[in-house]
Design a protein around this ligand. Structure first.
Ligand code: CP
Length: 336
């Protein structure tokens, strides 16, 4: 985190004020400057280790997960608790009125009364958009079916910006990256949200290769924003043929489809025998199956645990921005 702060210490508060009381439905809410400023706040919080406890003392965050989660729900809860706030939680749909046939929109009305912000994960893509029309409090999309997972993408890019802070600037032409994405942006929400943010760093990304066994891994919506991408995007179905040229490898295998999930890309695996570039890093939103061998955990390529650790701090930065409380944690010397 220190690299990120040292490179450009001041936080440009005005850029983050744009997030005040906003809902986060898609990664397309963020621009490169906002992401960089959020990452600097996260780095400050991560460096301090113990977060200022009183910043969100009067706030309640509801985490409503109608689909399983380890990291997203727990890291949001850890984030607000460490900022002095409180949390109420739905860990599974069966523990709510849904089990008795209650409509999601009625549950949404209760969030308005019981909490100051809600993080929702749902199996259905349209659930988040529908709920947003009923909520009077900010909502964060914690993953909606196969559509998006915007705060996972924040955690992904926070890890990458800590790895190479210069990514956010115009001046790194010698370090332009070849990004490999093993997965299908058309029906993997983490991959889609990651790709949307990747295009913000066009000046430092030479090309993106999407490795997938599917003939059409993009789908119509993703295809349309890839068509106007300033970065060349290639599709490949042979990981081995491209692996040794990749600087960043984003792995995922789980695609959420309706009420279930499928493992896509399971024939693409990384293990000790993989021909990785010496300095290549691997990202994975987790949970993993056997596509990412544990023998890589103790190598220089492992950025995925850093990615998961940092998620608490980038989510703290987001909560503080949405609640417009950044001044409560940042010292005056860091505010621009
Ligand atoms: N990365 C991620 O979304 O993990 P969880 O499913 O455990 O929340």
């Amino acid at each position: 985190p220190a690299n990120l702060i040292d490179r450009q210490p001041g936080v440009q508060l005005a850029r983050l004020k744009k997030l005040a009381y906003k809902s986060v439905l898609s990664s397309d809410l963020f621009d490169a400057e906002m992401l960089y400023e959020l990452s600097k706040v996260a780095a400050y919080l991560q460096l301090k280790k113990i977060s200022p406890e009183a910043a969100l003392h009067d706030k309640i965050l509801a985490t409503a997960f109608f689909e399983p989660s380890t990291r997203t729900r727990l890291s949001f809860e850890s984030a607000i608790l460490r900022l002095g706030g409180k949390t109420i939680s739905v860990a599974e749909a069966a523990s709510t009125g849904v089990a008795k046939g209650e409509k999601l929109l009625d549950i949404g009305q209760m969030f308005n009364s019981y909490a100051d912000m809600v993080v929702i994960r749902h199996t259905q893509q349209k659930a988040i958009q529908e709920l947003s029309e009923y909520l009077r409090i900010p909502m964060i999309n914690g993953g909606n079916g196969s559509d998006e997972h915007p705060t996972q993408a924040l955690a992904d890019w926070y890890a990458l910006l800590k790895w190479k802070p210069g990514l956010a600037f115009d001046t790194l032409s010698e370090d332009r990256l070849h990004l490999g994405i093993v997965g299908t942006p058309g029906n993997m929400r983490t991959v889609k949200s990651f790709l949307i943010l990747a295009l913000l760093f066009k000046q430092n990304i030479e090309q993106i290769t999407i490795v997938s066994e599917m003939a059409d891994p993009l789908g119509d919506e993703v295809q349309s924003f890839c068509d106007s991408s300033p970065v060349p995007i290639y599709i490949n179905n042979d990981l081995q043929s491209v692996l040794s040229t990749l600087d960043v490898i984003y792995m995922n295998s789980i695609a959420f489809l309706g009420d279930g999930y499928r493992t896509l890309g399971s024939r693409f695996k990384l293990n000790k025998g993989s021909t990785l570039k010496k300095d290549a890093v691997i990202l994975h939103p987790l949970a993993r199956k056997d596509e990412l061998d544990v023998c890589l955990d103790h190598t220089r390529h492992n950025l995925y645990f850093n990615q998961a650790d940092g998620a608490v701090f980038i989510r703290q930065a987001l909560l503080l921005s949405i609640f417009d409380r950044l001044e409560h944690v940042l010292p005056d010397t860091l505010i621009e």
